[in-house]
Design a protein around this ligand. Sequence first.
Ligand SMILES: [Zn+2]
Length: 190
Amino acid sequence: MTTSRQHPPVAPDPRPHLGEPLALDLLNTRWMSADGPRDLLTDVAGLRTWLSENDLAAEPDEPTLHALVTARDAIATTVRALLEQRPPDTAALNAVLDQGRIRRTLTESGPVGEPDVPAAEWLPGWLAADNLLELIATAPGRIRQCAHPACVLYFFDTSKNGTRRWHSMTTCGNRAKATRHYARKTEQAD
Ligand SMILES: [Zn+2]
């Protein structure tokens, strides 16, 4: 019997918002629930769920979890500076990026670039940090945090005119509309 070496089944992803680019999806491992702040990356089981959700073949273990949370902190600091329109403290993100590089080679079928991250536990965190560079190079102004005051989720605004405000119209957008509606009603009642 080798059951002890088999991975336990992956728990379903409990997060309210999925599908953002990797850097922002990593930030979205923290969210607000009705019971308060939640964090998917508090244990290896949560890490396994995150890796599976993002199709990343990395070892779900403590070193990977630690590296990924370190990368998340660095990405969060950088994005916060970006949103507040101040120059980011680049040291933390660059320390994560130092863990790897894109190795470019010429093959018979043409040039290829592949992530080269010698310390395997850094691969997911490095990929997320590298993805943030890509987003900043593409459209830094479209990296947003949901405008609802009780929501901490991030999204990359791919709408045509770039004026998206909510991580989801059906939850936060409608909540905000309902609050405004209620405020008007109470004013009228006064
Ligand atoms: Zn929201």
